[in-house]
Design a protein around this ligand. Structure first.
Ligand code: C2E
Ligand code: CA
Ligand code: CA
Length: 520
């Protein structure tokens, strides 16, 4: 666009120059200068020679000024052209790593698919890479350190000889396009990239171990359009991530069906949320020492299109992935608080916070404001968090929990024994309760090893002054042993299954009735 601006500035002075030459040539042809000289001589008294000199000098000065103006303008235009091309470069590259970005990829795909015929016979591998553990390293190193880490990863990807082009598509997401030759397979290249990225990275004296999940697709075998092949390597990456971190997965056609099913699930979930179809159900928490009802745990239930319940761990993780977990959790908590307000005042409400929520610094404030909205006392609420959510971002989680604690809300560590939390975390975070995971309770009455674990967790709880709840009590025998071992609270199908709000009220009435009868 700017080149066009340049043209008039070249043409105009040239025209003027040519015109001047023509005038001069006409003047020379008709001996105009001699005539002028004669005229000046004849009219000496008019001082025309001085006037003529002044005109010549002024003309020269004007010419010089025009030249200066023109060259200044040229420089300005060159500067603007440079800025425009810098801006264009910036818009198509990631300023941190210097790698082409998503915008560039889009243009690249359009061009590649356009010229696909000329390029026939060439085979490429698409390698979608997503770093594992980057967020944690970023928190540890700070922003500047995290930047250095990403630069180093970009360097390691591009230094692989098979990589023809590499893109940074977002935070810790990369795409490498590799040229496939007979000698090395795409799997070998991917394994090499995986090894390179996983080598320790030393930054500011700290050794970082970053992993990566990798998805692979082949062009043109998997998709004869580059756009499709890239989409497929993304699907493979998604599958690699789902099957656990640090994995490599190759695209398979079955992934397409899964992806369609998944997007249908996402749509249905959004519609269910809009129609308030996701409801809290309540499972009783029983004091094993007294047999009294202590409170309920809210468990989300979604009857998808009236055709059956979707397991909450499934739709909660979908809600996390598509960024609606905050909205869903707020709705569920508000409804649960309103239900719990109809129960007797001494009954507590337990509410699960998902791992993603615990990396959102504002979640504490939201919980507190929801309590205020429902006019539900914070002392009656207990939030349950899992060990895995602490592993993701300990500092943020710790700040959130402190805020909740200060507001008078109690905190339980859920699924205890299945995650990675250590004793120092346990004492540091001031939990009020630990919940022994169901997997230890399911057969501890017959399995010596499980029995030892249950006993160890119970004495750990006692040592730290925490209440302990055993989850998943399904049999009378399990209940009796847990009572004997001094476990204070219990939950499980044997004590009561999760039921809807209406049935919960009935359960409370029956339970209180039983209590009255027992103590009468
Ligand atoms: P959780 O917090 O450990 O919840 C206990 C799970 O064990 C529930 O499964 C409950 O129905 C089940 N359960 C209770 N007693 C027994 C028993 O005796 N035997 C067996 N086999 N199972 C029992 P559910 O409702 O499917 O929930 C699964 C997980 O989904 C929950 O595990 C929790 O982590 C998550 N979840 C459920 N509702 C919510 C929610 O509203 N928000 C969040 N963030 N997570 C939720
Ligand atoms: Ca729970
Ligand atoms: Ca649990």
């Amino acid at each position: 666009m700017l080149e066009k601006v340049l043209k008039p500035n070249v043409i105009e002075p040239t025209l003027i120059f040519v015109l001047a030459i023509i005038i001069w040539m006409i003047g020379a042809e008709y001996e105009a200068f001699e005539m002028l000289a004669e005229f000046m001589e004849d009219h000496e008294s008019w001082e025309l020679d001085e006037l003529f000199l002044a005109v010549v000098v002024l003309g020269l000065a004007g010419f010089f000024n025009a030249y200066r103006y023109y060259s200044g303008q040229r420089k300005e235009i060159e500067r603007r052209l440079q800025a425009e091309s810098d801006l264009d470069w910036l818009s198509r590259h990631d300023s941190l790593t210097g790698l082409p970005n998503r915008h560039y990829l889009k243009q690249f795909i359009e061009r590649a698919d356009h010229s696909a015929k000329e390029d026939s016979g060439r085979k490429y591998g698409l390698v979608s890479i997503d770093l594992d553990g980057f967020k944690k390293a970023n928190d540890l190193l700070g922003h500047a350190g995290g930047d250095k880490l990403l630069k180093e990863v970009a360097e390691r990807i591009t230094s692989n000889k098979a990589v023809k082009m590499a893109f940074r598509l977002g935070g810790d997401e990369f795409l490498a396009i590799v040229r496939l030759k007979q000698t090395t397979t795409l799997d070998e290249i991917a394994r090499q990239l995986h090894r390179d990225i996983s080598q320790p990275i030393l930054i500011d004296g700290i050794t970082n171990h970053i992993g990566a999940s990798i998805g692979l697709a082949r062009y043109p075998e998997d998709g004869d359009k580059l756009k499709d092949a890239i989409h497929y390597s993304d699907l493979a990456l998604y599958s690699a991530k789902r099957s656990g971190k640090n994995n490599i997965a190759s695209f398979e056609t079955s992934m397409l069906a899964l992806s369609i099913e998944r997007s249908k699930l996402e749509q249905d979930l959004l519609a269910a949320m809009a129609n308030d179809e996701i409801k809290p159900h309540y499972q009783p928490l029983i004091d094993l020492k007294t047999g009294k009802l202590r409170g309920f745990e809210a468990l989300a239930r979604w009857n998808r299109n009236g055709q059956g319940f979707v397991p909450p761990d499934k739709f909660i993780s979908v809600a996390e992935d598509i960024g609606v977990i905050t909205e869903l959790a707020d709705k569920l908590l508000l409804e649960a608080c309103r239900d719990a307000k109809t129960w007797p005042d001494d009954l507590t409400l337990s509410f699960n916070l998902s791992p993603v929520q615990l990396s959102d610094r504002l979640v504490g404030l939201r919980v507190i404001s929801t309590l205020a909205k429902a006019a539900f006392p914070p002392q009656r609420l207990e939030v349950e968090i899992t060990e895995s959510s602490l592993v993701q971002d300990m500092d943020t989680a710790s700040a959130i929990l402190k805020g909740l604690h200060n507001a008078g809300i109690r905190i339980a560590l859920d699924d205890f024994g299945t995650g990675y939390s250590n004793l120092s975390q346990l004492s540091q975070l001031k939990f009020d309760r630990i919940k022994i995971d169901r997997c230890f309770i399911s057969n501890f009455e017959t399995d010596e090893k499980q029995m030892r674990i249950v006993k160890a967790i119970l004495s750990l709880g006692e040592g730290l002054g925490l209440h302990t709840t055993a989850e998943g009590i399904e049999k009378m025998e399990q209940l009796s042993i847990l009572k004997e071992l001094g476990c204070q609270f219990g939950q499980g199908y044997h004590l009561g299954k999760p039921v809807d709000a209406e049935q919960t009220v009935r359960f409370i009435d029956e339970h209180l009735g039983r209590d009255k009868a027992r103590y009468a």
